[in-house]
Structures are given as C-alpha cells and as structure tokens.
Design a protein around this ligand. Structure first.
Ligand SMILES: Cc1cc2nc3c(=O)[nH]c(=O)nc-3n(C[C@H](O)[C@H](O)[C@H](O)COP(=O)(O)OP(=O)(O)OC[C@H]3O[C@@H](n4cnc5c(N)ncnc54)[C@H](O)[C@@H]3O)c2cc1C
Length: 283
C-alpha cells in the first residue's frame, strides 16, 4: 500500500491550505485496511476523501491520515434496482455514470467536488436533495476495526449532519434506483450551468463555509446583507460571486481562514443574533 510522509497537506485540499502531514496511507482494498487496524483505532486518525470540505492547520497534522483516493476498484456495479459504489469514487464520476446509463435521481451530485465517502460523511446535497435520501445500506469500518453493514434506517442524518456514532470509515454504499423518476437528459447540464453561473467553482475554496441556519434563512443571504463583500484577511476573502464561499488567493493560511470565519460569525451574531455553524472541517 502506498504511504507518504511529510507532504504538503494543501495539495490534498481544494482550498489549498495546510502544513505538512505525518503518515498518509492509501489503502486500495479491505486487506490493506485490515493492516491499518491499529491506526484506524486511534481517535486522532482522520479519513480523507477529496479534501473539498477540509482545511489543515498551518503547522500541519501530526497524526495519521487515511486517504480513500484509491479505494475505487470495481467501483460502480448496478442491477435494475440498486447500484453499488465504493467510497473513493468521485461524485462527478458517479453522476456521469448514472446519466450515461439513463439512471435518474443523481444529477444533483454531479457538481459536488468530493468523493462518495465524503458525501456520505457530510450528507452532501444540492438542488433540494441529499445523498442519504438515496441510500439503501452502507458498509463501514468501525472504530475497533471491524466491518459492519448498516441499513439506511439505522443511521440518523439531518441537513449536512450524520450521526456516525462508532463508524470510522464509509467503505461503500448501495444506492436505490428509482424507476419512477423520468430520465431528463438536460438536467445534468442545467445543474452544471446553474453552478457555473452562481458559484466561483474555478477558485480555491471549500464550497460553502457555513451551514444555512434554517430552511428559510440561507447563510449567504445573511452575509450578503451584512455588507461584508470587501472583507479580506491575509490571503482569504469573501467571494463576490457567492458570499458563503471563502477564497484563497494563493497566499492564504489557515490562520487567515479561521480569523475570517470568526469575523463573519461575530458580525452575523451581532447583527441578527444568529450563530452560524461551520460546514468546513478544520484539523
Ligand atoms: C466548489 C465546491 C462546491 C461544493 N458544493 C457543495 C454542494 O453543493 N453541496 C455540498 O453538500 N457540499 C458541497 N461542497 C463541499 C464538499 O464538496 C462536500 O462536503 C463533499 O461531500 C466532501 O467530500 P470529500 O470527499 O471531499 O470529503 P473531505 O473533504 O475529504 O472530508 C470531509 C469530511 O468527511 C470525512 N470523510 C471523508 N471521506 C470519508 C469516508 N469514506 N468515511 C468516513 N469519513 C469520511 C472526513 O474525515 C471529513 O471529516 C462543495 C465544495 C466545493 C469546493
């Protein structure tokens, strides 16, 4: 199994922030994961998908990291009612696979730049849909290193939140195929266009930094109305295209990011008495 040490963690995140790593393991199979049992058992070990919702501290991460980047062999298998996908498969690839095979319902996930495992961990969603709405069951590795299957109703989820209790790793998932949804060949490109038009997808970011406080109030509407559009701390600034995106101009540090997050939260708390909750994971 490939292992790396002392590599710049910014290279593993879409916001391109982070100091040096300690050991990063790249398992490709269950056998590789069995070898990592003790590492998996450590509370400090973290799982890395595509790093699209992660920033690492400037001094780096001193504990082990397990990347599921190569955990994508035999990747997508479908039959008429369900589809099996491994955690390391990218959301875009999975959505394109579905589209190519006339499977409806997964177009919403196409523009999410993460992995299926990361999407399960974050309950990623877009355009009014969430990934867990489509799950039949998941296969996981628990904190003690054992493998366990869970049916959908055994896992509690809510908006961008999954109660993982003793789950350490989402390994793969069985999604349902809903034959009742009519296939719309234009939907994928319609969603992609919506993203390009409204989000700074070509810049270094982690997507939305804050969760929406409720169904009726978006974090971006609060930030927008608090006149924060010109705020920049160090190399991190609020995107003009979508003010819930914080952009790294290339010189940004984790300290800049955390200061800007604090600044925005304080301004929103003082103005609206609402405490914004972070969506990004900072390690
Ligand atoms: C331009 C842009 C647009 C975005 N748009 C959206 C959007 O529309 N909707 C949305 O919900 N999000 C969006 N995001 C955020 C991000 O893409 C999602 O949260 C995505 O699901 C994260 O997946 P990842 O593989 O990158 O996970 P990572 O960022 O690598 O990890 C995120 C968290 O999940 C955990 N994790 C990752 N993989 C696993 C696994 N296999 N098992 C257990 N835990 C795991 C990590 O430990 C970490 O805590 C966007 C981000 C960007 C940069």
């Amino acid at each position: 199994m490939k292992t790396l040490k002392q590599v710049p963690l910014k290279d593993y995140t879409t916001i391109r922030i982070g100091g040096e790593s300690s050991d990063i393991y790249f398992p490709e199979s269950i056998d590789d994961l069995i070898l990592l049992k003790n590492i998996i058992a450590s509370k400090k070990t973290i799982i890395l998908g595509k790093g699209s919702n992660i920033a690492f501290k400037d001094h780096g991460y001193k504990h082990s990291i397990i990347s599921l980047k190569y955990f994508n062999k035999n990747k997508i298998d479908d039959n008429t009612h369900q589809i099996n996908v491994m955690a390391g498969v990218s959301c875009a690839r999975f959505a394109k696979y579905c589209h190519k095979n006339y499977i409806s319902g997964y177009e919403f996930i196409h523009g999410i730049p993460g992995s299926i495992g990361g999407a399960l961990a974050m309950n990623a969603g877009a355009f009014g849909d969430d990934i867990w709405n489509h799950v039949i069951s998941v296969r996981c590795i628990l904190n003690n290193g054992s493998v366990k299957n869970f049916m959908r109703n055994e896992i509690k989820t809510s908006y961008r939140l999954v109660n993982k209790f003793n789950i350490k790793i989402f390994l793969d998932v069985i999604f349902s195929i809903d034959k009742h949804i009519k296939f719309d060949k234009l939907l994928l490109s319609k969603y992609s266009k919506n993203r390009t038009d409204t989000q700074p997808i070509k810049q270094w970011s982690s997507g939305c930094i804050f969760k929406n406080p409720s169904k009726d109030i978006s974090a971006s509407s609060l930030i927008d109305s608090a006149n924060l559009e010109k705020v920049k701390i160090g190399g991190i600034y609020i995107s003009k295209k979508h003010c819930n995106y914080l952009i790294n101009d290339g010189s940004g540090t984790c300290q800049d990011l955390e200061e800007l997050i604090r600044y925005i939260r304080n301004r929103i708390k003082n103005k609206y008495n609402i405490l914004l909750d972070k969506e990004i994971c900072i390690y």
